[in-house]
Design a protein around this ligand. Structure first.
Ligand code: ZN
Length: 346
């Protein structure tokens, strides 16, 4: 079938490829409807690798997907043909030690869509374990379903933070993930979420949400704003969502004594870290790698209307224009948050 194939670094083609579509007893086959373009997909396109994951042979891209179940395995009880669904792209080994601890996201054997050598789902059909396939509630569109994956990262960050009602949060970096983190922090009980960036256009998108306060650090240092807004105390929770070495340097100036810093953004190289600054405030440090046990709660928030991800979908392309969608994403227009590709009718 046709799929969007990353042939090698910088070379994408929409072409025929053979993909395994055997439906095992615990699997479902899904007709793919919508797939979001993720920063990681774009990074494989522009760089051919992310850390230890190196593209060595052609790979289908795409891991933020929603569609319709068209076939179910003999043992599947939670889904039926015709169900609209979204999928969790990482499939762990459920017998692994990490999975048994509930930490299946850090299972070393996890197979994750569009992470070499595992194919993604920018193709008309995919087969996936029913256990990692989630029925979309009525009223949640395919487009929103395909937003659950990136939102799950924000949810994982907010979960790891162990937010308390009324907490004040600071998010460093207003990219798609920074905004997802801010929305999850609000949903988790934060009273106000300050979010910083250099780009006025990005901040404008975040600032349309009540409770999110954009801070343009070309005008004022983030620390100054947080200090002023918290009476000199600091933010209860700081989320690092930029991956920028500069942000790491000043991170602990933002947090209150005894507060928490959650590391979400992945720096490309080693970064400097103010250990004394962290110790002197007894800061709790948390890290986030993808997510585990999040999709059901993410769908609850979207279905209830408490979180509206629709304003973040800033462009939709037909499947035939997939390469153009990736070129657009690689150009990193500051007004783009999430681009999506309509693969089929679902
Ligand atoms: Zn993604």
């Amino acid at each position: 079938m046709q799929a969007l194939v990353l042939e090698e670094k910088g070379v994408l083609s929409l072409r025929e490829i053979d993909l395994a579509l055997d439906v095992g007893p615990d699997d479902v086959k899904i007709a793919i409807h919508t797939v979001g373009v993720c920063g990681s997909d774009v990074h494989y396109y522009t760089h051919g690798a992310i850390g230890p994951f190196v593209l060595r042979e052609p790979m289908v891209l795409g891991h933020e997907a929603a569609g319709t179940v068209v076939e179910v395995g003999s043992q599947v009880r939670n889904l039926k043909v015709g169900d609209r669904v979204c999928m969790e792209p990482g499939v762990p080994n459920l017998s692994s030690r990490a999975s048994k601890l509930g930490l299946y996201n850090v299972d070393p054997d996890v197979r994750f869509w569009a992470t070499p050598p595992i194919h993604g789902v920018l193709a008309p059909y995919a087969v996936h374990p029913a256990a990692f396939t989630y029925k979309l509630p009525d009223g949640v569109s395919f487009a929103e379903g395909a937003m659950v994956e990136p939102f799950a990262i924000g949810m994982q960050a907010a979960t790891r933070a162990r937010i308390q009602p009324g907490d004040v949060a600071a998010v460093i970096g207003c990219g798609p993930i920074g905004i997802m983190v801010a929305l999850a922090a609000l949903a988790g009980g934060c009273s106000r979420v300050f979010i910083s960036d250099l780009s006025a256009e990005k901040l404008k998108i975040a600032g349309q949400y009540p409770g999110i306060v954009p801070v343009n650090i070309t005008e004022r240092p983030f620390t100054e704003v947080i200090t002023e807004q918290t009476g000199g105390w600091g933010a209860d929770v700081v989320f690092e969502a930029s991956g920028s070495p500069k942000a790491f340097a000043g991170m602990f100036d933002l947090v209150r004594p005894g507060g928490v810093v959650v590391l979400v953004g992945l720096p490309v190289a080693k970064v400097e870290f103010d250990v004394a600054g962290a110790i002197s405030k007894e800061v709790r440090i948390e890290t986030v790698f993808r997510y585990a046990n999040i999709f059901d709660r993410a769908l609850e928030l979207i279905a209830s209307g408490k979180v509206d991800l629709k304003p973040l979908i800033t462009g939709t392309f037909d499947f035939g224009q997939s390469v153009a969608a990736f070129e657009r994403a690689a150009a990193a227009h500051p007004s783009d948050v999430k681009l999506q590709i309509l693969v089929g009718e679902g």
